[in-house]
Design a protein around this ligand. Sequence first.
Ligand code: OFO
Length: 177
Amino acid sequence: MLSKKLEKLLNEQIEIESNSSYTYLAMASWCEINGMEGAASFFYNQSDEERIHMLKLFRYINEKGGVAITPVNKKPKMDYKNILEVVKAFYEHEKSVSQAVNKLVYMANEDKDYTTLNFLQWYVSEQHEEETLARTLLDKIKLIGMEANGLFLIDNEIGKYATMKKQTSVNMGNEDN
Ligand code: OFO
């Protein structure tokens, strides 16, 4: 049984994951419209993954006897100056999601709810992976630079991560991260 406080926080996390999904969908669209197909494919994947993260929480709350609340989404930011701004926003967004996950872990620990604590470990690892990935992409953009052929190379580079992530998840027999 979930405490009311923890159930409320888990429902807030559903909204956060859902908003992440729409934020990345808008980023994918911006990349696509601006001719960056590799980056678009990366953010389309990210958007799908975030929806799965949202659903995992949704099912968990109901399984534990709580009531999962269907999220209402904020209108995502649609316009960006350039790809650097997109990836910076991606990184900042992931950092804020990690803080929310940490808050949940703290609360599950306070409640001595070890099942939820165990469930949340998946999110802790996922956030570590995504923050690292976002920072890596930012570093690559800075290294390549956006002048001359830079945008073409950056798009290729980000596109590689879209494929890599898909392959890792298939190899691990895990399509849901
Ligand atoms: Fe939901 O994985 Fe990051 O945000």
